[in-house]
Design a protein around this ligand. Structure first.
Ligand SMILES: Nc1ncnc2c1ncn2[C@@H]1O[C@H](COP(=O)(O)OP(=O)(O)OP(=O)(O)O)[C@@H](O)[C@H]1O
Length: 330
């Protein structure tokens, strides 16, 4: 955290859709985390993992079914008046009056915001100044996201909630939004971001949590979340060799392997030891390891393992279900 002051504090949070009886659905199942002042925290997760359901509770749009949310030490739902003026919210779907133009929309919003930025400044920040006279219904999807962001920034918020802020933006628009978010953060704004783009979380987040089926499956700095995942080494078995001819894999720090045709894929938590052992064996045996690929763990890998677990029960089973792959414990 960039500050010891906890601006957002979430403890054992629960959200249930329905009346809690038959047919009800528990979308958030005991989520806890905190965000320090000036920190950028990203919530990742598969579709339906519970990101929006969680963020809406932080914004005070609904009361939790259990647990507690505090923003600046206040309950954002029951003490809305104390929290709302200090936060900026960019929802997934803004819903603007389609007939107003861009500047009119911002002006309308500014009228409901105390200490609002000038309209031109807000539009400049999101790169929409040249579209100020265009009607909202004529904006592209990406431009509407920028307008959403301009409205969220109007009140110079201390905490900014961004729900999938770059969905629909092209690559350049995404980079521009990242730059803006970085600048806001440098200026001390605390940001809570949900995103489907792993590179967005990697580029921006101080810390992140991966939600899965309403629970936090992994949490920490990007490097900490990645470090909890195994690395991989892949190569083609040399002609005439079998897996049993390789050096004892357990001794190389390999925790499991798959064989797909002649392609071997090793899993390890000690990449250097496993790669060194394998390469020394290849040199001493005088064989070439074709299609050699040595790969450290990545955020994408961490995410996919959690997502595969969603479909198959566990991440490991996901691998086993590949009919072509033969999973063998080392
Ligand atoms: N109003 C609602 N009534 C009933 N179930 C809902 C409601 N809103 C969301 N859900 C369910 O709650 C779960 C979590 O939804 P939520 O929108 O929070 O997920 P998400 O992680 O934001 O997903 P996405 O990435 O697709 O936006 C989903 O299974 C969704 O179908």
């Amino acid at each position: 955290m960039t500050s010891n002051e906890r601006v957002i504090d979430v403890t054992d949070l629960r959200r249930v859709y329905g009346d809690g009886k038959r047919g009800s659905f528990e979308a958030v199942r005991g989520v806890s985390f905190s965000v320090g002042r000036g920190e950028l925290f990203a919530l990742l997760g598969t579709n339906g993992a519970g990101k929006t359901s969680t963020v809406e509770l932080l914004e005070g749009l609904a009361a939790p079914a259990g647990g507690q949310v505090r923003v600046f030490g206040h309950d954002p739902h029951t003490e809305r008046d104390r929290v709302r003026p200090r936060i900026g919210v960019m929802l997934q779907e803004g819903g603007f009056p389609a007939e107003l133009n861009v500047a009119e929309t911002v002006r309308l919003w500014a009228g409901c915001t105390s200490g609002a930025r000038p309209v031109g400044e807000a539009l400049d920040m999101v790169g929409l100044a040249h579209r100020r006279k265009v009607r909202v219904k004529q904006l592209s999807g990406g431009e509407k996201r920028r307008l959403d962001l301009a409205l969220a920034l109007l009140g110079r918020p201390e905490v900014l909630f961004l729900d999938e802020p770059t969905t629909g933006l092209d690559a350049e628009g995404r980079r521009e939004t990242w730059e803006l978010v970085r600048t806001l953060r440098t200026d001390g704004t605390t940001v809570l971001l949900t995103t489907h783009y792993l590179e967005e979380a990697e580029a921006l987040a101080d810390r992140l949590a991966i939600l899965h089926e309403g629970r936090i499956a992994a949490e920490g700095r990007v490097d900490e979340v990645v470090a909890s995942q195994p690395s991989h080494i892949a190569f083609e078995l040399p002609d005439g060799y079998h897996v049993g001819d390789l050096p004892p894999l357990g001794r190389l720090g390999v925790s499991g392997h798959e064989l797909t045709g002649r392609l071997v894929r090793l899993r390890t938590d000690d990449l250097q030891r496993a790669a060194t052992g394998l390469l020394v064996w290849a040199r001493d045996t005088g064989v070439e390891l074709r299609r050699l690929d040595v790969r450290g763990a990545s955020l994408e890998e961490a995410f996919l393992r959690i997502a595969r677990g969603a479909k198959d029960g566990t991440a490991e089973q996901g691998t086993q279900k590949n009919e072509q792959a033969k999973e063998v414990a080392a």
